[in-house]
Design a binder for this molecule. Sequence first.
Ligand code: HEM
Length: 382
Amino acid sequence: MDGVQSVTAIHYVQVFSKIFNHEALETYLPKIQLVIQDTLRMWSSSPEPINVYCEAQKLTFRMAIRVLLGFRLSDEELNLLFRVFQQFVENVFSLPVDIPFSGYRRGIRARETLLRGLEKAIQEKLQNTQGKDYMDALDVLIESGKEHGNELTMQELMDGTLELIFAAHATTASASTSLIMQLLKHPAVLEKLREELRSNGILHNGCVCEGALRVDTVTTLPYLDCVIKELLRLYSPVSGGYRTVLQTFELDGCQIPKGWSVLYSIRDTHDTSPVFKDADVFDPDRFGQDRTEDKDGRFHYLPFGGGVRNCLGKQLAKLFLKTLAIELASMSRFELATRTFPKVTPVPVVHPADELKVRFYGLDSNQNEIVTETEAMLGATV
Ligand code: HEM
């Protein structure tokens, strides 16, 4: 993408390290927590079961738009932009054949509509700088351009913005869905997680007045860390990546020539690495202090890729997933709304092949189910 190239010119990695450094994450966290809490309240108040993958995509899109990019869009504008974004993503991998009604044509049209929507949001943001209490990722991108005497054009800002949403959205939605599915499948894991949160005084009743989470608190909970690590091992959203061979080398007696494209597989690595016992079992304790199965070697565990082009948003992604797990454990009871769990399919990211339908119920501070007003009234009448 053009935006990526120009950002590369102004030290792509440096910009990203500013966007996701500890200080930045600390300012995003209360906002991420609010977006998640709002979403869980919405899910809990729905009379119908929630289609988790679809709603998780909306949640991560909302997080990217509201927190990362700092756009102040109404719910209606946000939903509209989300629908266009989905159309764009659905058609991104279609064959480049430009004929009417083709996926390619739909994808191009969706991209244009999306860029117009982003342009409007960026313009409003540039004009309306008041009442802002933190630097979001887009602010950092704009400032870095200025610092390097290379003010980004609107086109570059739009491309950079789209790249950020694209990288953050599908991967994090995939992992969020897998998290909910695994917590449903393994109630003992959820209970152990609740216990850890309770003993650290973090299990709450979803009230905003409870006080915002801090990065250090979230990142130093050992069992929560094991759960998210294991989730990303067994259900790595991204299956692998491509690299160009810069120097001819030999692997298991085969010569791989310079200039070739090679694919490294994250999923196969996690499935076949000898360091993981019973690799197909969801077992967070494998990363616990007693076992630390990932301690030997650098390349057995790589949900965020490896080498210089590894994921630049990994700290944010982990923080988001940990916050989601904390809020799920604190705020809701949830149960599968179908007889069986859907199968999981790995492309383009890991996700349920059929809908994962789940009912959510709010919990109060004693972990009792919250009865909605309508239900309470009905109960009173009966
Ligand atoms: C659970 C969530 C996520 C997973 C599993 C994930 C995984 C990955 C992987 C495997 C790569 C490397 C692909 C390759 O080898 O070519 C990558 C690249 C990247 N990711 Fe993520 N990612 C996640 C979330 C995010 C988020 C939230 C952001 C930013 C907001 C982000 C930004 C990026 C960027 C910018 C790159 C490209 C890095 C480069 O080319 O130098 N990712 N991600």
